[in-house]
Design a protein around this ligand. Structure first.
Ligand code: UGA
Length: 434
């Protein structure tokens, strides 16, 4: 099938490349010329395991092309996916400007009937509005059927999630569109769940909000564990064995970050408010997360007294491992707070240093390795559970730091190993080792 994908952020690009991989003829459209040039050469603009190889394979096979030209991109496409960003407005609501621009550009360029598939995360009712919006901007007498097709990919495992996902959600009031979407997605061999457009839109927000709730819940439990001497890892394991609870997303830490949970939870609170529903539970989830993101600095201050002039190593800057994305990462709050307390911060991330430079205060020093970061440090804060950090030999903290004081926000090390390495080791929801 001939498919166009508008927007080559991580959702659009992974979608486009994966659709090519299952045999469709795909053109990805992006208004950023430089990015298009790179992608044409087989270079992925984002770090996503497995993506670049798949991209190159499909370019070579002639199934995948890139363009900044809308009219060329949508020419003779049967299906057009929209995967542009819906960033957050100041009041927490979703900003639909990019979506409107993309839909308008498609509507004014097509000369054939198409199925318009909206992948972007949008408030309930948006796709219905898009139906009218697209009609208003059509230049030719053609038919456009709108489909809501939210995505459930995780950054860092987006390729695997596409091929091994739990479900594909299709929201449309057109039987023809539903059938076509089934045909497009059949090779993925993933259960397809068909519903109406509004419910599909809500499934996306409700899923992210529920996962965020699980995380804030276990983080609250971890804080109680710290005060009662229980071990949150054992608690989560014991809870997760109950299939009604499930064992995923119960890893206590320094709160959720990234471009999705923070934005989508706020957008759902806002959406609820619009229909005069006070989503108290979700507001608390957000509040707990804000608190959790600052927890390590608070612990360090309590332990060290003043942070003024202290050298603090910050290990891991991306919002989770296997991505170079630092958007809404706890590291931003942590580093800003440390610097406002006059600490000297030396930060290290295996791949996100460059992106972090744009978001962290200019006085942040960036190290080339974990060892460089911790040398002579008064304290180390671990913010991301990168494999490189988990595998880092603990005796190096003992040998290289001024004093081996670790605040581990991701429970990277076994308590026993911290004891053996003679560290003063504070983690999340587990007893302190010293
Ligand atoms: C999330 C969802 O998991 C995807 O299903 C969804 O498609 C995506 O948002 C989206 O809306 O685009 P993502 O933001 O890539 O995916 O990352 P997650 O793996 O969900 O992690 C989010 C944050 O939660 C990270 O900061 C992670 O460290 C934290 N987390 C996750 C925990 O603190 N504990 C856990 O047990 C799991």
């Amino acid at each position: 099938m001939k498919i166009a994908v508008v927007g080559t952020g991580y959702v659009g690009l992974v979608t486009g490349v994966s659709l090519a991989e299952i045999g469709h003829q795909v053109t990805c459209i992006d208004i950023d010329h430089e990015k298009v040039k790179k992608m044409k050469a087989g270079i992925s603009p984002i770090y996503e395991p497995g993506l670049e190889e798949m991209m190159q394979r499909n370019i070579e096979a002639g199934r995948l092309t890139f363009t900044s030209n809308y009219s060329r991109g949508v020419k003779s496409a049967e299906v057009v996916y929209i995967a542009v960003g819906t960033p957050q407005n100041e009041d927490g609501s979703a900003n639909l400007t990019y979506l409107e621009e993309a839909v308008k550009s498609v509507a004014t360029q097509i000369t054939q009937s198409i199925f318009l598939v909206i992948k972007s995360t949008v408030p309930v009712g948006t796709n219905n509005y898009m139906k009218q919006y697209v009609k208003k901007h059509l230049k030719e007498d053609v038919k456009v059927e709108v489909v809501s097709n939210p995505e459930f990919l995780r950054e860092g495992s987006a390729v695997r999630d596409t091929f091994e996902g739990d479900r594909i959600v299709i929201g449309t009031d057109s039987k023809k569109a539903a059938e076509l979407m089934e045909e497009v997605n059949r090779p993925f061999n993933i259960p397809i769940y068909k519903t109406d457009m509004r419910s599909a839109e809500m499934i996306k927000y409700a899923s992210n909000a529920f996962l965020a709730t699980k995380i804030s819940f276990i983080n609250e439990i971890s804080n109680i564990c710290e005060k009662t001497g229980a071990n949150v890892e054992d608690v989560a394991k014991g809870m997760g064995m109950d299939q009604r609870i499930g064992n995923q997303f119960l890893q206590a830490g320094i709160g959720y970050g990234g471009s999705c949970f923070p934005k989508d939870t706020k957008a759902l609170v806002q959406l609820a408010g619009n229909v005069e529903h006070n989503f108290e539970l979700l507001k608390s989830v957000i509040k707990v997360n804000n608190y959790q993101q600052k927890l390590l600095v608070e612990k360090a201050m309590k332990r060290l007294g003043s942070l003024k002039g202290k050298k603090i190593a910050v290990l891991g800057l991306s919002f989770k491992p296997n991505t170079d994305d630092v958007r809404e990462s706890a590291s931003i709050h942590v580093v800003n707070e440390l610097i406002s307390q006059d600490a000297s911060v030396v930060a290290y991330d295996p791949i996100a240093n460059e992106n972090a430079k744009e978001l962290l205060p200019p006085s942040t020093i960036f190290a080339e390795s974990i060892s460089d970061a911790i040398i002579n440090a008064d304290c180390a804060l671990i913010l991301t559970d990168w494999k490189e950090i988990i595998k880092f030999p603990l005796q190096h903290y003992q040998e290289e730091m001024s004093y081996p004081l670790i605040f581990d926000g991701r429970n990277c090390y076994a308590l026993e190993s911290a004891k053996v390495a003679e560290l003063e080791y504070h983690s999340i929801g587990r007893p302190i080792i010293n």
